[in-house]
Ligand binder design. Structure first.
Ligand code: ADP
Ligand code: MG
Length: 390
């Protein structure tokens, strides 16, 4: 490891270095290299980087380095759009803070009784990770005071603002001291993200990590031209081509998640469907079971899978071509995380291949075409797929 690209060179303290080592993390990613120094220096930041590039640690480290351990007020606040994300951020911060036992983190999100969260607040946490709705609720009831917050992070800002949280986020920003540090992270920019930045950030530093295939050379991409009526057969063929412990299949509608999932189950596969209409508690259970390896195949829509961090997804299969170019990037970004090899297969009809060309121009990548041919067997080795004659 070169001295230039190490967490030590970024002035990270010994306790956090120890935690990183324990997490198996040795080299900072680009967004971490570029975010940690200015954020530790107290600057406002707007960071745009694709999913899976390590944004949590990018803001998590400066947050931990910047806490006054003796202070019992809430000093730092992270806003996340969903309960799942809030839980993931808490988990990652807790890991990072493993060797700083004085740090207390409270999580505030809907779908859990307030009483339990109020108990957490009574322990005087320095850090709060929250979804906007529950935080405002807690503030209104007088359980949370944010007048000592010096660092506020908005994670997945694009997603949060798309979900209609503009007013809530604005109210929360206005309730922390105006001199606070405001850091925003997002996979993409949009008008609302820029508006919040322009209104509330003080001479922010803009950090952009380009959404190109170069961020993630560990993902091998393959395309298959398959007539619509053969997609199910091709899907089974792909699933049978290897012993996958974790595969994500993406479709475009809630209806299709259920349909593909049901058909797979009929064929004896262990699969679950994840979409926006499933109850929150059920979604959490499905995600946890998928993470812990209780079932190998998750069929999901883009919305349901957004921001979900599951390591060790070995393959992503696009059963439908995504409707938006950036969705393709988010989808394949589910695999190849944490510097592991991943493979992504995209099934498309002949007509759809034009759309796929457009996606690839956006991605600046070149997938390998695979021919669906039942007389040959697909094999994978070290992330490469190739055909072998039967
Ligand atoms: P993002 O928020 O950009 O989508 P996450 O912060 O969720 O990405 O990180 C994705 C995964 O990569 C997590 O499992 C995280 O532990 C891991 N990770 C983060 N930083 C590094 C690093 N420097 N080296 C290896 N793995 C990392
Ligand atoms: Mg993230």
């Amino acid at each position: 490891m070169s001295q230039e690209n190490s967490f030590t060179a970024l002035d990270v303290s010994r306790d956090v270095l120890k935690a990183l080592e324990r997490m198996g993390i040795s080299e900072p990613t680009q967004i971490q290299q570029e975010t940690i120094p200015p954020m530790m220096a107290g600057r406002d930041i707007i960071g745009i980087a694709p999913t899976g590039t390590g944004k949590t640690i990018a803001f998590g480290i400066p947050m931990l380095e910047y806490i006054s351990l003796s202070e019992t007020r809430i000093q730092e606040l992270v806003l996340a759009p969903t309960r799942e994300l809030a839980m993931q951020i808490v988990a990652e911060l807790t890991e990072l803070a493993r060797f700083i036992p004085q740090i207390r983190i409270a999580a505030l999100y809907g779908g859990q009784p307030m009483s339990r969260q109020i108990t957490q607040l009574k322990r005087k946490p320095q850090i709060i990770v929250a979804t906007p709705g529950r935080l405002l609720d807690m503030q209104n009831r007088g359980h949370v005071r944010l007048d000592q917050v010096h660092t506020m992070v908005i994670d997945e800002a694009d997603e949060m603002l798309k979900m209609g949280f503009v007013k809530d986020v604005t109210r929360i920003i206005e309730s922390v001291p105006p001199a606070r540090q405001l850091v925003m992270f997002s996979a993409t920019t949009n008008r609302d993200v820029m508006t919040i930045s322009w209104k509330f950030q003080h001479t922010p530093i803009e950090i952009t990590v380009e959404a190109t295939a170069e961020n993630r050379p560990q993902i091998k991409q393959y395309t298959m031209v398959v007539p619509r009526e053969n997609k199910m057969g091709a899907l089974q063929y792909l699933l049978d081509s290897d012993e996958y412990d974790r595969v994500m299949i993406f479709v475009n509608t809630k209806f299709m998640t259920q349909r593909v999932c049901d058909r797979l189950r009929k064929q004896g596969y262990k699969a679950e469907a994840l979409h926006g209409d499933i109850r929150q508690s059920q979604r959490t259970r499905i995600m946890n079971d998928f993470k812990s390896g209780r079932f190998p195949i998750l069929v999901a829509t883009d919305v349901a899978a957004r921001g979900i961090d599951v390591d060790d997804v070995e393959a992503v299969i696009n059963y439908d071509l995504p409707n938006e170019n950036e969705y393709y990037l988010h989808r394949i970004g589910r695999t190849g995380r944490a510097r592991k090899h991943g493979v992504a297969f995209t099934m498309m009809t002949f007509q759809e291949s034009v759309r796929m060309d457009e996606i690839q121009r956006y991605m600046e990548s070149q997938p390998t075409p695979l021919k669906f041919d039942e007389t040959r067997i697909l094999r994978r080795e070290n992330g490469d797929a190739f055909f072998e004659h039967v």
